[in-house]
Design a protein around this ligand. Structure first.
Ligand code: GLY
Length: 393
């Protein structure tokens, strides 16, 4: 029998944040036999409600992100089996579509940019084929006649992040994860150990390990000792959702990307008929206003790329917050405070990195060790983080 002085435990693992990263962490932890709970007022929400769901390790390659590329590729390789396992566990469709991606150029500057990207992809050992404008239009006849060339990347696929989040929620419930549908107000620390959280309604939730996986809000949890708050910041992305007509040939067969006058743009056609056009990238703090300017620029650039989009019904406009980190890569694993772990800072790659994050976090939660592939992404790599300056509205 446990000594009476020992505090009551609600479980082995408490995950703060019920977005796709928190949910996959909870699901994988519960599958490994850990008593797991999630605290979030609206689990299954978060940035995944806005994300387009591109699994774009190759077409979203950026200079200076070669270390992240290895993690992105590791996660991309896991996607087929991850999606199949999650669908089997829940009976739910995830909208996983292995359709490939075409990145195109509209003018000489865009073309030069794409040529550079192609050379960088090839140096990085990635599969990517240069196509003429005519070859691009043969693949995607609705592209503008002015398309000057492009990159065919057959390995960059897509998934529907809303369906992914819904399936992870069901998978967690079936695996026995407990949900506390409220806000985590403050981390609790006893001696030199994190012990859980006190929720906004004053409930104490205790656990051996607390995983902070609250996206950009991870930098805001009160009670985290100085220097250990993750240095993540919100990076706003606005998207537009259009509806493609049913019973007609698809407007697009695969994800189409471009850089139009320096602005990255993507069009993600789903089998459901939805066409997601994204995304702005704005450093505006916690603002999630959908602006006329943001929507105008997205539609203007998308129209330049695929003129036929102007005929489509406009279904939805919305904005979300990517959790950006100083090196654009996630923070995964233990912090300097015993019992506190991070799974946050996934920035542009949260959907792509969901499978590998689940595996990494389950491994560290069950063994105490970070797997090799996650070692470059330890939270300690940034040193002390600055204290937060203001609370979100
Ligand atoms: N990965 C797409 C975006 O962040 O907009």
């Amino acid at each position: 029998m446990a000594p009476t002085s020992e505090p009551p435990r609600t479980g082995d693992v408490l995950v703060v944040g019920g977005g796709i990263i928190g949910l996959v962490t909870a699901w994988r932890a519960a599958q490994r036999g850990l008593a797991t709970a999630v605290v979030d007022p609206a689990p299954g929400g978060g940035a995944a409600r806005v994300a387009a769901g591109m699994l774009a390790a190759v077409t979203e390659l950026h200079y200076g992100e070669q270390t992240l590329l290895a993690l992105n590729l590791a996660s991309a390789r896991r996607y087929p089996s991850f999606a199949a396992e999650l669908s089997d566990a829940t009976g739910l469709d995830l909208g996983y579509r292995p359709c490939g991606t075409l990145a195109v150029a509209l003018d000489a500057d865009d073309r030069a940019h794409l040529r550079e990207l192609h050379a960088f992809q090839r140096r990085s050992g990635l599969e990517s084929e240069w196509l003429s404008g005519r070859e691009c239009r043969r693949l995607e006849p609705m592209l503008a006649p002015g398309v000057r060339g492009g990159l065919r990347v057959d390995g960059d696929h897509q998934i529907d992040p809303r369906l992914l989040a819904a399936a992870l929620l069901v998978a967690c419930e079936r695996a026995g994860v407990a949900f506390h549908r409220t806000t985590a107000g403050r981390l609790t620390v006893a001696g030199d150990r994190a012990t859980g959280v006190v929720t906004a309604d004053g409930t104490t939730l205790e656990a051996d390990r607390t995983v902070l996986a609250a996206g950009s809000l991870s930098s805001r949890l009160a009670g985290v000792p100085g220097g250990l708050l993750p240095p993540v910041r919100p990076v706003k992305g606005q998207v537009v959702r259009l509806t493609m007509p049913s019973g007609q040939p698809p407007l697009l067969h695969r994800t189409v990307r471009a850089v139009v006058r320096g602005n990255p743009l993507y069009l993600v056609p789903r089998e459901s008929g939805e066409l997601v056009v994204g995304a702005t990238s704005e450093e505006l703090g916690w603002d999630t206003t959908v602006t006329a300017g943001g929507v105008y620029e997205l539609l203007r650039d998308a129209h330049e790329l695929v003129p036929g989009i102007t005929e489509l019904p406009l279904a939805e406009t919305l904005a979300g917050l990517r959790p950006g980190s100083p090196d654009n890569a996630p923070l995964l694993g233990p912090t300097a405070l015993d019992g506190l772990l991070l799974a946050t800072g996934h920035f542009r790659n949260g959907v792509l990195l969901t499978p590998v994050t689940g595996d990494v976090m389950a491994h560290v939660l069950t063994t105490g060790e970070l797997p090799e592939e996650a070692r470059p992404f330890t939270p300690g790599r940034f040193g002390a983080a600055p204290a937060p300056t203001e609370q979100p509205a």
